[in-house]
Structures are given as C-alpha cells and as structure tokens.
Design a protein around this ligand. Structure first.
Ligand SMILES: *[C@@H]1O[C@H](CO)[C@@H](O)[C@H](O)[C@H]1NC(C)=O
Ligand SMILES: *[C@@H]1O[C@H](CO)[C@@H](O)[C@H](O)[C@H]1NC(C)=O
Ligand SMILES: *[C@@H]1O[C@H](CO)[C@@H](O)[C@H](O)[C@H]1NC(C)=O
Ligand SMILES: *[C@@H]1O[C@H](CO)[C@@H](O)[C@H](O)[C@H]1NC(C)=O
Ligand SMILES: *[C@@H]1O[C@H](CO)[C@@H](O)[C@H](O)[C@H]1NC(C)=O
Length: 323
C-alpha cells in the first residue's frame, strides 16, 4: 500500500516537474455513470475498447465458419432498382459516399446510413460490394474514411457524427430525396461499436445495426439503458468474437425494445466482399426495407422462416422480440 501510494506520489512529482499530464480516462464505467456523449477515449467511442485489447476477447481470432466466402466476389452496381456506386464528395471530407448513380425520382424517400468500418479503419473500399448493394435499393450511405484510406489510424465517434451533421444540413440532397428522419448508424466490428456510441444520447439516430459485434466489457453493458431505438445484430456464429457478447446485449436491451439477433456461420468477417455483399448484403437490405419502407416481403424474409428466401432458409439462426 505504502509502496503503491509512494509510486503514485513520485509519478505525480515527475509529471508536474516535467509539466506533462498523466493520461486521465474521461469516462470510468460505473453503474449510474452516464457520460453526456458517446465519444469515449478511443476509436469507436464508449462502447469500444483499444485495439490492443481485442485478443483478450477473441478466442478464435477472426474465426472461419462454413459460410465464409472463399475469395472476393464480383464488383457490380448492386442488385436493386437503382444502380449504385462508391464516390467521394468534397462537402464531406474524410468520408466515402455510396449512392444510386442517378438520383431516384423525388417520390422515393431515401433513408440515410452512417457506416463505420471494421477496426474503425479509414478504408471504406473494403465494404464496397456490401454498401453498393444497399445503396442500389435507394439509400444514401456515408462511410467513415476515404476509399483508399489509412489502415493504421482509427476513426472516432466525431467522424460518424460529421456524417449526421452533413445530412441534417441537407448536403445529401444532390443524391435524391434523403429523409433526415430515417437515420441508421451501422458498422462492422469496431465500426458497429462506433455506430452504437454515436447513437448514444443522439436522438437523430432511429435505428442501430451491429455487424459481427457487441459490447466487449461486462462493466459497460449498463450503458445499454440509454439506447432507446431498435437494435439489430448480424453475427457470424459461434467463432465470432461478437457471438457471446451479442447474446448478453440482446438480453439486456431495455424492456419492450424491438430487437433482432441473426447468426450465420461465417466467423467475424461476414460475407461483405462477396458479390453484392453475399448473405449479409441480402439480410441487411431486407431488414432496412422492412424498417424504412414497411415492405412486407422483406419483413417476412427476416421473421418468417417459411417465406421464400427467408434468412432461415439461407442458414441464418434468427431470434427476435417486440416487433
Ligand atoms: C478456412 O477454411 C477453409 C476451408 O476449410 C480453408 O481452405 C481455409 O484455408 C481456412 N482459412 C483460414 C484463414 O483458416
Ligand atoms: C483499402 O481496401 C482495399 C480493398 O480491401 C484494398 O485493396 C486497399 O489496398 C486498401 N488500402 C490501403 C491503403 O490499405
Ligand atoms: C492506396 O494507398 C496505398 C498506400 O497509401 C498506395 O500504395 C496505393 O497505390 C493506393 N491505391 C490506390 C488505388 O489509390
Ligand atoms: C463463448 O463462451 C463459451 C463459454 O464460456 C466459450 O467456450 C467460447 O469460447 C466463447 N466464444 C466466443 C466466440 O467468445
Ligand atoms: C421489398 O423487399 C424485397 C426484399 O428485400 C426486395 O427484393 C423488393 O424489391 C422490395 N419491394 C419493393 C416494392 O420495394
């Protein structure tokens, strides 16, 4: 005890002598401690962890399920009615846009999605097939990072918030009739945790989609009390580091909150690089079409195992409640 206190004192003296600040976490988890915003201390915000700690929670690494694509698929314009593309837009620096090549007729109200990449990397091209597929159904997406961005730095909540501010300022209107009341935050792995951190205390966000991820640390799960919108988890089965954690979070979401948890045996990497984003692309489109356009066929794909092309027929294991 003495030694410990002494070391602290000594460190403090050295720090003040050198005028350096010892790093102080801005947020210390403790039940009842709800920070004002989800920014947190590292890439991905309050729901995330430092990349260096991931190994403590990933017994199978990235995993390697039976449904993991064997290699990258073809690049297309998406399977939807509005052929889409990846592009950059100088009005939203440091981001990548995915949108129909030709703005759809203004009668089509277009939902908006802010996307975070795996490991909170700045390189959005890794998700091109998947995000072009979604955009081709009449969605505008702003992903963190540029098409060929750094794979060493990490994005933060403010990067995703910049996308929300951009769409609220009407700057997405060149891509069509974007409805700023239909906002989803979504992301893969660290990007999913960033999506939840961005949605925390930001009521502009109406849906959260978590891909292959959920909260790592048990002592942060109480923060889920502040999540007030439906959450959908798309997870890669038993070898995904998001498998056990998503089961815990799914159970802890606020009573009555609509929720979905679907598992496909891919491991942590999903099917994003497959043609049209593979089965994860199909599942994401169906969920979004159900949520934002009340598309009954899409709803049945997610919830009704007997429906043609249902997720269950595609080998997903689906749990849902409160819809
Ligand atoms: C994953 O499994 C496939 C088929 O079993 C195998 O060919 C491939 O090498 C494995 N990949 C990794 C990274 O373990
Ligand atoms: C970004 O991702 C793409 C697709 O995975 C890859 O080809 C490219 O090399 C990456 N860029 C960097 C800088 O790592
Ligand atoms: C992507 O970035 C890497 C490293 O920054 C560079 O070597 C490569 O040429 C870039 N690729 C493209 C297509 O711009
Ligand atoms: C999930 O929990 C079980 C039981 O503790 C453990 O054996 C397994 O490795 C865990 N899986 C993952 C992906 O963390
Ligand atoms: C309804 O959703 C399904 C499945 O996602 C999609 O294929 C179809 O195009 C949608 N229908 C309309 C009218 O948007």
């Amino acid at each position: 005890m003495m030694m410990y206190a002494y070391s602290l004192l000594l460190l403090g003296l050295i720090a003040s002598a050198l005028s350096i600040a010892l790093p102080q976490p801005s947020f210390v988890p403790s039940p009842g401690n709800f920070p004002a915003t989800g920014d947190g201390d590292y890439g991905g915000g309050i729901f995330s962890i430092p990349l260096s700690e991931v190994g403590n929670y990933a017994p199978y690494g990235d995993g390697n399920g039976t449904e993991l694509p064997k290699g990258p698929g073809e690049k297309t314009c998406g399977s939807g009615p509005y052929p889409a593309q990846m592009l950059t837009d100088s009005s939203l620096p440091g981001h990548t846009i995915f949108a129909p090549k030709v703005p759809p007729d203004c009668k089509l109200s277009m939902p908006f999605i802010a996307w975070g990449n795996g490991a909170c990397r700045l390189n959005a091209t890794q998700y091109e097939n998947f995000l072009v597929e979604i955009a081709s159904y009449g969605y505008v997406i702003a992903a963190d990072g540029t098409p060929n961005g750094s794979t060493t730095e990490q994005t933060k909540v403010q990067d995703m918030r910049d996308s929300l501010d951009w769409v609220m300022a009407g700057k997405a209107s060149k891509y069509g009739n974007v409805d700023s009341k239909k906002i989803t935050t979504a992301g893969h792995s660290c990007g999913g945790l960033e999506a939840m951190s961005t949605a925390y205390h930001d009521d502009r966000v109406k849906r959260i989609m978590m891909f292959n991820i959920a909260i790592f640390q048990d002592d942060r799960r109480y923060l889920l009390q502040e999540i007030k919108v439906p959450v959908a988890y798309f997870i890669g089965g038993k070898t995904d580091m998001g498998y056990n954690t998503s089961a815990k979070d799914y159970a802890l979401l606020n009573a009555g909150l609509p929720r979905l948890r679907a598992n496909l045996d891919t491991g942590h990497l999903g099917t994003y690089p497959a043609t049209n984003g593979g089965k994860f692309g199909k599942a994401a489109v169906a969920y979004l079409e159900w949520q934002w356009r009340r598309n009954a066929t899409a709803k049945a794909i997610i919830l009704d195992p007997q429906s043609p092309g249902s997720l269950v027929k595609d080998n997903w294991i689906v749990e849902s409640a409160n819809w």
